[in-house]
Design a protein around this ligand. Structure first.
Ligand code: FPP
Length: 251
């Protein structure tokens, strides 16, 4: 069997096919265009997008994906209309409230990355609550990026490192890659193996700038509300055939 052919699912139920891609990160793009194509408000696209998040989360463990990180709201997304920003924020709050039981039951540990400072206090409380409630779960690690930007994350890490140096707790020459990584929002999260962006755009848009240094990228024309577990499985199967050398030479 070649690396591009996924192993068949074991018989007798379960249907687990491990593609050997432990951490998938997704830039969920195209909700607005999906809604516009149908003459519907942009928020309808975001609501459909939230349903897709649920399906993908549910499907990941059976594909061998142990870590899933999704880009839900960037530091640049505040430039959108007040109606869209407030609509997205209430969608995040509703998702956390409605999905808490199901996520817990399915063994999902939920984390958030990004600067929580500017977020509404109620949403922050829900985020803290679900992180604490799911902290013991191990089946899937779901990380949601809200008010996240790679540059902003690096800036906040630099501020925190500078403060430690100023306080005499850290020597400048002691700053290694590992020390920087431990000051990022993703300190507890491994680097992504594969970053997928939907909707045909081929930009990284400030997502996981440090963490995705050696990630593979896959750009699919599918709009996020049309993306589903079968589309993810097809990408994972193809990814299995790619050789990752991390800067080394072909073996
Ligand atoms: C980008 O599409 C999408 C967003 C900025 C929002 C992503 C949010 C969700 C998928 C919904 C909920 C998420 C969770 C975690 C519950 P776009 O609006 O930029 O689309 P466009 O480029 O077609 O306008």
């Amino acid at each position: 069997m070649t690396a591009t052919e996924p192993s068949p699912a074991p018989s007798g139920g379960g249907g687990v096919t491990d593609y050997g891609v432990p951490h998938v990160a997704i830039i969920m793009d195209g909700n607005g265009r999906w809604a516009k194509q149908r003459g519907w408000p942009r928020l309808v696209g975001h609501r459909k997008g939230a349903e897709r998040v649920k399906e993908i989360v549910r499907a990941c463990p059976d594909m061998g994906v142990k870590w899933l990180t999704v880009y839900a709201f960037s530091t640049e997304n505040w430039k959108r209309s007040t109606e869209e920003v407030l609509g997205l924020m209430s969608l995040f709050a509703r998702y956390i409230q409605r999905e808490a039981d199901a996520l817990s039951a399915e063994g999902v540990r939920m984390r958030f990355i990004g600067d929580r400072g500017p977020l509404d206090g109620k949403l922050r409380g829900l985020m803290d609550g679900i992180e604490a409630r799911t902290a013991m779960n191990t089946r899937l690690n779901l990380t949601v990026a809200i008010n996240y930007g790679g540059r902003d994350e690096l800036r906040r890490a630099a501020v925190s490192l500078a403060a430690e140096i100023a306080a005499g707790r850290l020597a400048p020459e002691a700053i290694t890659d590992a020390v920087i990584a431990s000051h990022l929002d993703t300190a507890e999260v491994p680097d992504p193996d594969l970053v997928i962006r939907t909707s045909g755009e081929t930009r990284t848009s400030n997502f996981l700038l440090w963490q995705a240094a050696y990630a593979e990228y896959e750009f699919t024309p599918t709009l996020w509300p049309d993306f589903n577990p079968a589309a993810l499985a097809a990408i994972l199967a193809q990814f299995g055939g790619r050789e990752r050398r991390f800067g080394g030479v072909k073996g």
